[in-house]
Design a protein around this ligand. Structure first.
Ligand code: NAP
Length: 468
């Protein structure tokens, strides 16, 4: 029976339930000529990956993309299986026995390393830990951050750095109007932070943050945004590029930074300071962070034409009580799955997983999203990315390159139940979702997130008791 026929439906396992996973599910389920069944696995009981655990709480519009994912999940051929960890509850080999195809959509859940002395001194945190913590991700629930100091330094010039700086600056009533974790709301409401310094290793023309995020800070009338006018005197390389290579986003950022440099200090008691052309050299402090030593950089043109930073001899120490390292996420390897430690991605050709030993694609294995292309782009970038991987999969189905026989779905149900007695379905998640909104409503908040897996599972068990 050919794979994808009504008697032998194409069985697809998707590992990870973030945007790339949902877009992959949507595209494979939309193949009119194929019978498809999708099982989506997540290590957490809750779906949506970084839409739930990464997008800043004060950006509810961005989060509303989950309505699209809800529709995908409503397809009768889609199954969500939360609380199932790849590599622990189910292994790579198991999936190959039960599914014709596996799509790895696990994102990039670690932080890139700076590689400087005392990088992990108490008080120096990866931004992904802070972001997960304020978004009530169970992975970070037990972390603690000491906000009793006034000075924070954020290393990195991307949108995560902007999120971190903004969340640290938001007044308690604004935080309470978001779905920020209850523990984070309590801790941040009492924070003493007065100054957040954001460090870019290159210049303002190379900043990775976007105009919208910068404007959000600039428009606030309760904080100062400080840009040194000297930083807005671009170096000859940057000047050349801004003149020769049109880029509307970059130019909007530059214009706004220039306005901010002219606006200067308005005397607010909280401020965000942008510093450009500086790289961290080491974290300063004995038992905990006391500052960060930086070196001034100059720009030079690399072989590929890109402007790169090069250290000068000019060093200084910026005092800091906390340092957040927001220099990009990093993918983590999955047991049994090829991994390129240099790019921290799964080696692949347009989504087909490549076995590094043979250079050949692995039958029925695909990757999509950040673990495929690296941690860049916005949520929507994952749609064409996932579609490309699914196109490869569909090509392989049509060319009959996939394993034809896999063990029946019913046998998989039994196998999974033996491995994990408490698999969370999408209906279970919807129940948790309603409880969160209900609990939030009691406090006058849009949602109060479950931050611990055991609490989610308890809520589900109690519902079962109620249901009799
Ligand atoms: P990112 O956009 O890649 O920015 C990383 C920043 O870290 C860059 O400025 C980079 O500088 C800098 N950096 C890297 N290595 C460094 C080092 N060793 N020393 C000093 N600086 C270093 O990453 P991100 O901020 O984590 O964001 C990830 C993705 O999610 C991005 O595509 C971002 O736009 C997206 N995102 C979007 C939103 C939103 O839409 N609101 C919010 C959050 C995240 P160089 O440029 O010099 O390499």
């Amino acid at each position: 029976m050919p794979v994808g026929s009504s008697r032998n439906p194409l069985r697809v396992a998707i590992i990870g339930s973030g945007p790339s996973g949902f877009y992959a599910a949507e595209h494979v389920l939309s193949q009119d000529d194929l019978h498809v069944q999708v099982d989506m696995f997540d290590r957490l009981p809750t779906p949506f990956g970084l839409v739930r655990a990464g997008v800043a709480p004060d950006h509810p519009k961005i989060k509303s993309v989950t309505r699209v994912y809800d529709k995908i999940a409503a397809n009768p051929d889609f199954r969500f299986r939360g609380n199932v960890e790849f590599g622990a509850d189910i292994e790579h080999e198991d999936l190959l026995e039960y599914f014709h195809a596996v799509i790895y959509c696990v994102g990039a859940r670690s932080d890139r390393r700076l590689g400087i002395p005392r990088e992990y001194l108490p008080g120096s945190h990866g931004a992904s830990d802070f972001v997960g913590w304020y978004n009530a991700s169970p992975d970070q629930r037990n972390l603690t951050f000491d906000f009793s100091g006034e000075r924070v330094v954020v290393v990195g010039n991307g949108n995560v750095a902007m999120d971190v700086a903004r969340v640290l600056m938001l007044p308690p009533d604004e935080l309470a109007a978001t779905d920020i974790g209850g523990h984070a709301l309590r801790a941040l409401s009492a924070n003493q932070v007065r100054e957040v310094t954001i460090l870019g290793r290159r210049g303002p023309a190379q900043a990775a943050f976007t105009y919208r995020e910068l404007r959000e800070l600039a428009e606030r009338d309760d904080i100062d945004v400080i840009v040194d006018p000297a930083d807005m005197q671009l170096d000859p390389h940057s000047l050349h590029d801004t003149e020769q290579q049109p880029d509307r986003g970059r130019d909007q950022v530059l214009e706004l930074l220039r306005e901010l440099s002219e606006r200067g200090d308005r005397g607010h008691d909280r401020r965000i300071v942008f510093r450009f052309l500086v790289s961290p050299v080491e974290i300063v402090g004995k038992d905990r962070v006391e500052g960060i030593e930086v070196v001034r950089n100059e720009l030079y043109r690399g072989n590929n034409g890109e402007l790169r930073a090069r250290a000068t001899d000019d060093h200084e120490v910026i005092p800091a009580d906390i340092v957040f390292r927001a220099i990009g996420y990093q993918g983590v390897s999955l047991p049994g799955v090829p991994f390129d430690p240099i790019t921290a991605t799964i080696p692949n050709d347009r989504g087909r997983v490549i076995d590094p030993l043979t250079g050949q694609s692995r039958v029925g294995e695909y990757a999509a999203g950040w673990i495929k292309r690296g941690p860049n782009g916005i949520i929507g970038t994952n749609k064409p990315d996932a579609q490309e991987s699914v196109e490869m999969l569909v090509d392989d189905v049509r060319a009959q390159r996939l394993r034809r026989d896999v063990l029946p779905a019913k046998v998989f149900e039994r196998f999974l139940a033996e491995r994990q007695g408490e698999v969370v379905s999408f209906a279970d998640w919807k129940y948790l979702d309603e409880r969160e909104v209900e609990k939030g409503g009691e406090l006058g908040r849009p949602r109060l997130k479950f931050a611990r897996v055991e609490n989610m599972m308890r809520a589900l068990r109690e519902r079962e008791k109620l249901d009799g």
